[in-house]
Design a protein around this ligand. Structure first.
Ligand SMILES: [Zn+2]
Length: 104
């Protein structure tokens, strides 16, 4: 034991000091790259859900509804849920495949 916290990241393989590994041994930089990538990818399913929802509003001709604001809020909530779920799924998928080691 050296006293300072140090480990080998199980993704990039770098020797990391001064920070704690997460539960599967990834360093902060790798984890950040993973979170960013899954966040970007999750935008797509969220967008698709929102588009489908808007299409549905259009299909049922709800644009002139008194409750349009409620429908819009519901649509955004649905897209948000889709985003959260997709981000979680992508997070696990990308994590299982590993991310490219950060340049720095
Ligand atoms: Zn790493």
């Amino acid at each position: 034991m050296t006293g300072s916290e140090s480990f080998d990241c199980s993704n990039c393989g770098h020797r990391v000091t001064g920070e704690a590994a997460d539960h599967i041994g990834w360093c902060k930089a790798c984890r950040k790259a993973l979170v960013r990538r899954s966040g970007w990818l999750a935008m797509f399913p969220a967008f698709v859900v929102l588009a489908l929802y808007l299409w549905m509003l259009d299909y049922f001709e709800l644009w002139n509804s008194t409750f349009l604001i409620v429908f819009m809020a519901l649509g955004l909530a649905l897209a948000y849920v889709a985003f959260k779920v997709a981000r979680r799924v992508f997070f696990d998928v990308i994590r299982a495949r590993g991310v490219k080691p950060p340049a720095s």
